[in-house]
Write a protein of this length. Structure first.
Length: 124
């Protein structure tokens, strides 16, 4: 009798797991443009956390191709693929050194102007 009860409970848990996998959604990363701008500006004032920055630069953004181009520039900088400046770690809580922060600040200014000049609606 105990075997049947344990078997039924395990079977119920298994069905719940299968239903969760079947009907559940996979996690997605869809940051807003303003959030990314805040991340970029946070590099200069030390408000950007390293884990949030790594999530941004290492996770492709599929819902916004323009934002993906800004992410790719930051990723290439972080990986050392930009010839003008090298990504060196900063001191005293900064993620990058002075030249690296300046490079990110230039990207932030471009993103800010892109956000300001973006149309308010999108035609499909």
């Amino acid at each position: 009798m105990e075997f049947i009860v344990v078997f039924l409970v395990c079977l119920l848990v298994l069905f719940i797991l299968v239903a969760g996998i079947f009907f559940g959604r996979p996690p997605v990363y869809q940051p807003e443009r303003e959030y990314v701008l805040a991340l970029l500006l946070g590099i200069e004032n030390r408000s950007t956390v390293e884990s949030a920055w790594n999530l941004f630069i290492h996770t492709p953004i599929t819902h916004d191709p323009e934002l993906e181009s800004f992410r790719l520039r930051c990723y290439q900088f972080d990986q050392g693929e930009v010839k003008q400046v090298t990504a060196r770690p900063g001191i005293n809580g900064y993620l990058y050194d002075t030249k690296g922060r300046y490079y990110i600040q230039v990207i932030a200014k471009e993103l800010d102007s892109f956000i300001r000049n973006a149309p308010l609606s999108v035609d499909f």
